[in-house]
Design a protein around this ligand. Structure first.
Ligand SMILES: *Cc1c(COP(=O)(O)O)cnc(C)c1O
Length: 405
């Protein structure tokens, strides 16, 4: 009950909060740019010309709508119907383009000439570089030094697309430090620059805006399942890093009875839970705290220091989670679940063999979870296939080598 009411409220007259979560916990220098962005976005999403341009790019550049595919062999194996929402077929190979297209168009509409973005493994950086090229916006991407070393291909991709990658040398030199640096840049550059956040995290309006831009996944999936089955699914499962692909598909079913399963990264397998963050499961094991401008569930030590997350899937390797998901989990509308590295690898291998689809390691968490917990999904379900696995082959090969397969 609570979830729906609050959600309706945010839709009609957006508040900055989702229950206890969300808000704008930022230095004063960021209040003005956030206010300008929120006002611009709320105005533009009601503007027919703006939405027309966005929808036309989503269709002709991104390749939407994506199919809802009945995975016959997987369904046979599980003895129940499982559909895949094929975000792996979006240009670039993942759902990320839905969000960056919308934000870049907002930026352009309000006269910005430069985009900045943060990236961990490089997927959001590549998506940002793609829209930067497409819309003629200068693009600079903050990336931790450690990640630059680990993700040479994506660094090269961004450079091919005309973006500049800025190495981040502070902290753990990974994603969370890249976000800090990008926010610092934005505080001094917002007159010309838009900060393109990659997920439903961060201060208002990002969680709201990114969820709405990704809600195209859920809107399509709801229509498609009704057309195919004449009924709603018993469950929808999606992997959760920051939570944008999950919120995108969940938003189509929030008012229904459909069970919404948020599959987080269990990493190397959780034993002691909270102290050692060898995982990325904030909804399951996180504490309440502030990260990157929002009150949410985070991985932290007893002194409030952010712990480093871990997952074999780079896109799930984030010590926070979107505040709206934290709220929906707290009020019981979203069911948090966990899949560890091995479960994800099982999902990747099985889906490849059964369906001829190699899923991203991130999406493989949801597939692996379904394979191990078919009862949680029911007779008819949808798994959000957030991306394709081509980018992960080196990681998978290395892992298989290490465990001697
Ligand atoms: C980035 C990424 C994710 C995780 O991000 P969310 O905001 O949680 O969706 C999941 N899947 C793929 C393929 C990604 O590239």
């Amino acid at each position: 009950m609570g979830a729906d009411e609050d959600l309706m409220k945010t839709k009609d007259a957006p508040t900055t909060r989702f229950g206890r979560f969300g808000g704008q916990f930022v230095p004063e220098t960021l209040i003005q740019p956030l206010k300008e962005l929120a006002e611009a976005y709320l105005r533009l999403k009601e503007d027919a010309d703006f939405m027309g341009e966005l929808n036309s790019l989503l269709a002709d550049y991104a390749g939407r709508p994506t199919p809802l595919y009945l995975a016959r062999a997987l369904s046979r194996e599980l003895g129940q119907k499982v559909y895949l929402k094929r975000e792996d077929l979006v240009h670039g190979g993942a759902h990320k383009l839905n969000n960056v297209l919308g934000q870049a168009l907002v930026a352009k509409a309000i006269g910005k000439t430069r985009l900045i973005a943060e990236t961990g493994a490089g997927q959001h950086g590549v998506a940002s570089a793609m829209v930067g090229a497409n819309l003629g916006l200068e693009t600079e991407v903050y990336m931790g030094e450690v990640d630059i070393e680990r993700q040479k291909m994506n660094v090269y991709r961004m450079e091919l697309l005309g973006a500049r990658v800025i190495p981040v040398r502070s902290g753990s030199r990974t994603l969370k430090d890249a976000i800090n640096e990008a926010m610092r840049d934005w505080a001094g550059s917002y007159e010309t620059t838009h900060y393109l956040m990659g997920t439903v995290a961060g201060p208002h309006p990002y969680p709201l805006m990114v969820r709405e831009l990704q809600s195209v996944i859920g809107t399509e999936a709801r229509e498609q399942i009704l057309a195919a089955e004449g009924r709603l699914p018993d469950a929808v499962a999606a992997c959760v890093g920051g939570g944008s692909n999950a919120m995108g598909i969940f938003s189509g079913f929030l008012k229904d009875e459909t069970r919404l399963i948020a599959v987080e990264a269990g990493g190397r397998g959780i034993t002691s839970g909270r102290k050692i963050a060898d995982h990325g499961a904030c909804l399951n094991f996180g504490d309440e705290g502030v990260l990157h401008g929002a009150m949410t569930k985070i991985l932290q030590d007893p002194y409030g220091q952010i712990l480093e997350s871990y997952s074999l899937a780079a896109g799930l390797d984030y010590p926070g989670v979107g505040p709206e998901l934290a709220h929906l989990a707290e009020v019981g509308r979203v069911t948090p679940a966990v899949a560890d590295d091995e479960t994800a690898l099982l999902g990747l291998r099985r889906l490849s063999v059964l369906e001829g689809i190699i899923p991203a390691l991130e999406s493989s968490h949801a597939v692996g979870y379904a394979l191990r917990n078919p009862d949680a999904l029911g007779e008819v379900s949808i798994i959000n296939l957030s991306g394709r696995g081509d980018k992960d082959l080196a990681t998978v090969m290395e892992h298989e080598g290490r465990v001697g397969r």
